[in-house]
Unconditional design. Structure first.
Length: 245
């Protein structure tokens, strides 16, 4: 069987074997932050703005947004030592994104926010319809009437990769990444580096699952939760949604 070429979910711009998934995806995170700043400007959200970076992780995009003059609030469900240390270091800087530990499906916030960002495959982490809709409804609740939601267009890249046969046997050509699909569902686990195990073709307990949303599904979810997906964004790296009027 033809070996798949190095792929881009998450971005494998680097071939450094010892890199963490976080390092491997750093170029993608940076380019998404640049694209997000451009999209915010295009849609009239000017610094400092009221921004919510949902599923913010260690704050990579929030830091880039702060450098561009915005004052984002980062929200993530994690509140372990690593994330606390990252956000403490971040908020010592002059341009300070703020952080809150919370579940995106039940936000302890009222808003309104001018823009909400859901970047770097984060929507894929909500892999049931109910969970994804809960997140979209919560964002709809806290968005300003003319606010904007930016979601990275993970489906476009992912489905291109799959259509190109790059995951035909589940492991990338460089051996760094492995996708393991749940039988009969478009949900998969992703293994990296030393966790790649060809002899374990089923996700183990505790492995994070991702939903390979299609654009049609996202369009439907948005429609059902009060969003209207801007058609011109469908071909681009970032999806732009506005509250339905
Ligand atoms: C793929 S990471 C993206 C992090 C960040 N945007 C970046 O690019 O560095 C997804 C993040 O979503 C967070 N997350 C997962 N489930 C969540 C939930 N229910 N509510 C809030 N955050 C959640 C995870 O803890 C993780 O940090």
């Amino acid at each position: 069987m033809r070996r798949p070429r190095a792929h881009s979910l998450p971005e494998s711009d680097t071939t450094v074997r010892t890199a963490s998934p976080q390092d491997a995806s750093a170029p993608l995170a940076r380019s998404q932050a640049r694209a997000a700043v451009a999209a915010l400007r295009k849609h009239g959200v000017r610094p400092p703005g009221r921004l919510l970076d949902l599923c913010a992780g260690l704050g990579r995009q929030a830091r880039s947004l702060a450098e561009a003059g915005y004052r984002p609030l980062g929200v993530d469900i994690r509140h372990d030592d690593e994330i606390r240390a990252a956000w403490t270091a971040t908020s010592r800087r002059r341009s300070q994104p703020h952080f809150l530990a919370a579940d995106a499906r039940a936000l302890p916030l009222r808003g309104p926010f001018d823009a909400v960002l859901l970047l770097h495959n984060s929507l894929s982490l909500f892999h049931t319809n109910d969970d994804a809709m809960a997140v979209l409804r919560e964002i709809r609740r806290v968005i300003a009437p003319r606010g904007v939601l930016l979601i990275d267009n993970v489906c476009r890249r992912l489905w291109q990769e799959i259509a190109a046969g790059r995951y035909a046997d589940g492991i990338s050509e460089d051996g760094l990444w492995q996708m393991i699909w749940l039988p009969g569902r478009n949900v998969f686990a992703l293994r990296y580096a030393e966790n790649v195990r060809a002899d374990r073709p089923r996700p183990g307990r505790g492995e994070v699952l991702y939903r390979a949303w299609s654009l049609d599904e996202l369009e439907l979810l948005c429609r059902l939760t009060g969003w209207s997906l801007q058609p011109q964004s469908l071909r681009q790296g970032l999806l732009v949604a506005r509250p339905q009027e």
